[in-house]
Design a protein around this ligand. Structure first.
Ligand SMILES: *[C@@H]1O[C@H](CO)[C@@H](O)[C@H](O)[C@H]1NC(C)=O
Ligand SMILES: *[C@@H]1O[C@H](CO)[C@@H](O)[C@H](O)[C@H]1NC(C)=O
Ligand SMILES: *[C@@H]1O[C@H](CO)[C@@H](O)[C@H](O)[C@H]1NC(C)=O
Ligand SMILES: *[C@@H]1O[C@H](CO)[C@@H](O)[C@H](O)[C@H]1NC(C)=O
Ligand SMILES: *[C@@H]1O[C@H](CO)[C@@H](O)[C@H](O)[C@H]1NC(C)=O
Ligand SMILES: *[C@@H]1O[C@H](CO)[C@@H](O)[C@H](O)[C@H]1NC(C)=O
Ligand SMILES: *[C@@H]1O[C@H](CO)[C@@H](O)[C@H](O)[C@H]1NC(C)=O
Ligand SMILES: *[C@@H]1O[C@H](CO)[C@@H](O)[C@H](O)[C@H]1NC(C)=O
Ligand SMILES: *[C@@H]1O[C@H](CO)[C@@H](O)[C@H](O)[C@H]1NC(C)=O
Ligand SMILES: *[C@@H]1O[C@H](CO)[C@@H](O)[C@H](O)[C@H]1NC(C)=O
Length: 383
């Protein structure tokens, strides 16, 4: 082998492995490269691992090779403060006793006398009453008979609450299964009800507490409703959310009525980006935009004088700041008399009384300048 090839294999390749994969321990690569790097080579599993993992009480090679007598004698094991399984002939860290995972099959590191019921439960694991072994708490209520007699899946040990609390799901007969077993193409419940359409909705559209029989006992994900959360809320519902059983929108966008089918008045004042109106009546909830009034804000008070901070008219259309020039009356819907004289500001009449402020034009008299004067008479008198 040319030296350059050797370099490539000895240094570069392992380096590349390390760069591309944190898990490079698990690479099935050359024994020589492994040993050259001063690491430990697992013969059977063809794996390269660190020397410090040998005889540390944790198996790093598939078949416990690194914890077996070949590399880890009983004395060495004891010296390091670990437990030696006499029959299985492997070395285990004492934390592995009673941890719910069987390490020494024949010695029974998960059953009495090594692991008592109290030891097991003290460590938060589950002790099977009949088979008398300690299993991981995660295996309780997982739809699999881990104890050997359904002890861990039995109703008194795996209640509905236990099942829901673990975010798992109930079959019709009360068996508790992992939620991702619903609608996964494989029958897991006794009658296969975990593969019905409703179970698919249950898995994907229900937030919690799923039962193939009782439906979704938690909330539906936004946008869905119904027993199994299989129905879609109307698109008009605000954020697509609706009442779980009736499907009535929780809030509407720019619409109202139960089904959000009617438009709110265009001039209702907005909040959170939408004109807000009463769900039943459609009456505006926060008043009107400027120059509009009424419960539905569909009337205008266009002749009122405006004000930058306040609405120019009240809910009945009464102007709050007087009228624009040329109008008077409380709603500013009356025009000043055509015979009032205007001043330099264009003002002609008193906005509350309609009386002409600057007198009348020629030929008219009276406060409102509505009286006609007989011009011929005047002319004759003055002549
Ligand atoms: C056993 O494992 C635990 C957890 O990894 C560790 O803290 C402890 O030091 C180990 N015991 C011995 C004797 O190495
Ligand atoms: C394991 O074997 C050793 C040596 O034969 C013995 O002293 C020890 O008591 C045994 N331990 C168990 C748990 O059987
Ligand atoms: C089991 O519990 C007993 C009593 O509490 C204790 O002395 C013993 O060390 C425990 N064994 C294990 C493996 O935890
Ligand atoms: C599991 O249920 C059985 C039968 O009801 C009971 O005897 C046993 O104590 C329970 N086990 C646990 C760990 O609760
Ligand atoms: C779901 O079930 C758990 C356990 O029974 C319960 O505490 C929780 O209140 C339920 N949640 C809902 C939304 O029903
Ligand atoms: C609608 O969704 C937006 C964005 O997710 C959120 O900010 C808003 O509070 C939601 N509105 C309601 C009424 O739930
Ligand atoms: C304003 O809207 C209400 C409710 O839709 C309606 O009854 C009324 O006739 C409308 N008024 C005007 C002036 O359009
Ligand atoms: C609006 O009305 C308020 C209260 O009458 C008044 O203090 C304010 O000056 C007015 N603003 C304008 C721009 O007319
Ligand atoms: C309008 O008339 C009323 C009542 O006579 C009076 O109090 C008010 O000052 C007048 N307004 C103007 C702008 O002249
Ligand atoms: C105006 O006065 C003249 C003379 O008195 C009279 O003949 C005429 O009818 C009057 N016109 C009106 C509109 O009153």
């Amino acid at each position: 082998m040319a030296w350059i090839q050797f370099c490539l294999i000895a240094f570069l390749l392992p380096w590349i492995y390390m760069q591309i994969n944190d898990d490079y321990d698990y690479f099935d690569y050359d024994r020589d490269v492994c040993r050259y790097m001063g690491r430990f080579y697992c013969q059977h599993s063809k794996k390269c691992t660190d020397r410090e993992y040998v005889c540390d009480g944790f198996s790093n090679c598939k078949d416990h090779e690194d914890e077996s007598p070949d590399f880890c004698s009983m004395d060495k094991c004891h010296q390091r403060g670990h437990y030696y399984c006499n029959i299985s002939r492997i070395c285990i860290n004492t934390t592995r006793i009673c941890d719910g995972i069987l390490d020494c099959k024949e010695d029974g590191d998960e059953s009495p006398p090594l692991c008592s019921m109290d030891n097991c439960s003290q460590r938060g694991n589950y002790f099977c009453s009949f088979s008398r072994k300690c299993i991981s708490n995660n295996l309780v209520c997982n739809g699999v008979d881990d104890c050997g007699n359904y002890d861990d899946e039995y109703r008194t040990n795996c209640t509905r609450d236990d099942c829901f609390r673990r975010d798992r799901s109930l079959c019709n007969n009360g068996l508790c299964i992992p939620t991702d077993w619903l609608c996964d193409g494989k029958n897991d419940c006794f009658w296969g009800e975990d593969e019905k359409n409703t179970a698919c909705s249950l898995r994907h559209q229900c937030e919690s507490n799923r039962s193939t029989y009782y439906g979704c006992l938690g909330r539906c994900k936004p946008g869905y409703f119904g027993k199994y959360c299989s129905k879609k809320c109307s698109k008009k519902c605000l954020n697509g959310t609706c009442h779980k059983s009736s499907g009535i929108c929780k809030d509407c966008t720019r619409t109202y009525l139960e089904s959000c089918s009617q438009e709110c008045g265009e001039e209702c004042q907005e909040r959170n980006g939408f004109p807000q109106c009463d769900r039943q009546s459609g009456k505006c909830l926060n008043g009107c935009n400027g120059f509009h009034y009424g419960h539905y804000c569909n009337n205008t008070c266009k002749n009122c004088k405006g004000n930058s901070s306040y609405s120019p008219c009240d809910i009945n259309g009464v102007c709050q700041f007087g009228c624009e020039n040329d109008y008077w009356d409380k709603n500013c819907n009356s025009k000043c008399s055509a015979s009032c004289k205007g001043d330099e500001h264009g003002q002609r009449c008193n906005s509350s009384t309609g009386e002409c402020i600057n007198g009348c034009t020629r030929g008219w008299s009276g406060k409102l300048c509505l009286g006609k004067i007989n011009v011929t008479k005047i002319n004759r008198h003055t002549n």
